[in-house]
Ligand binder design. Structure first.
Ligand code: 48F
Length: 267
């Protein structure tokens, strides 16, 4: 092995990271939250040729996948989402009825791998603390390092996008930014997740994925948290298909939207 220069190792990290970050100050789509719905949406949008940036506040992307159900690392997926898993090369084992068991670690790692290979840039330890609103349209996200967020008096920075997806799960963080300023449609103001009903809950997150405010989209559990859908517990097909569906909708919306200069610069 050739000798290693410690400072060159450090420079490699600093330069590479900042080149990537600078490149992602403007994206076609920013996805906040690297859970199952956000990762699938990112994969689909990047495959469609869009510049997609995923921001994840935790160290490890994957959201609620890792723990399966009650910290047993098995994810359950129904028939409807198996063709998507096949496309992603993620293995599953048929179980009773329409259910399949997937190793939760393989699911989380496989979704990350596919999203990255498709061209997604994923930044971990980045917390979205607010939205950027221009002429009543969401045009970007206010971000800070998770390690300083709320703990130190350090101002955030802003990344812009033509579309922003709130895939933050039960917290629906970006929707909450609109809610507390009374900028949401009334139907979404007083809701929150309903009691558990797996069939209805899975259907709900797929059927109601969409745009909640100009420029701000919802997928996965943030759909239920915002619009009052039932919770569904440890079944993941709906999350995957919700991410896929919202990606189709965002792609269609951006294809029809006039291209601004450089796609996503804030005016
Ligand atoms: O919670 P999460 O996995 O969301 P999802 O894609 O899937 C829900 C399922 O995991 C599970 C279920 C329902 O019973 O099947 O709950 O809807 O992933 C959300 C991700 O968003 C990150 C969070 O760390 C997690 O990885 N996140 C949350 N708030 C922020 C954030 C934030 N402010 N900035 C960046 N990331």
């Amino acid at each position: 092995m050739k000798p290693l220069d410690e400072v060159e190792i450090s420079k490699t990290i600093v330069c590479t990271y900042h080149e990537r970050l600078l490149d992602r100050m403007a994206s076609d789509v920013i996805i906040v939250g690297a859970g199952p719905s956000g990762l699938v949406a990112g994969y689909c949008l990047a495959r469609a040729g869009l510049k997609v940036t995923v921001l994840e506040k935790r160290l490890a992307p994957g959201g609620g996948i890792w723990g399966g159900g009650m910290a047993m690392n098995v994810a359950v997926v129904q028939d409807d989402a198996i063709s998507l898993l096949d496309e992603l090369g993620i293995r599953c084992q048929p179980r009773r009825g329409n259910l399949h068991a997937v190793d939760a670690i393989e699911l989380a790692a496989g979704l990350c791998w596919n999203a990255l290979q498709a061209g997604v840039a994923l930044f971990n330890l980045m917390t979205a603390e607010d939205i950027c609103l221009h002429q009543d349209r969401v045009r970007g996200v206010v971000v800070n390092r998770t390690t300083v967020c709320g703990a130190l008096p350090v101002d955030p920075i802003v990344c812009s996008a033509r579309a922003v997806l709130d895939a933050t799960g039960h917290e629906a963080v970006l929707v909450d930014c609109l809610r507390r300023r009374r900028l949401l449609p009334t139907a979404a103001v007083e809701t929150g997740e309903g009691p558990m009903n797996a069939t209805a809950g899975e259907r709900f997150v797929i059927d109601h994925a969409g745009e909640i405010h100009p420029g701000l989209w919802l997928s996965g559990m943030s759909v239920s948290a915002t619009l009052g859908g039932p919770r569904m517990g440890p079944i993941f097909g709906g999350m995957l298909l919700s991410g896929k569906r919202v990606a189709e909708m965002i792609r269609a919306a951006l294809a029809n939207a006039p291209q601004s200069d450089g796609a996503a610069r804030l005016s």
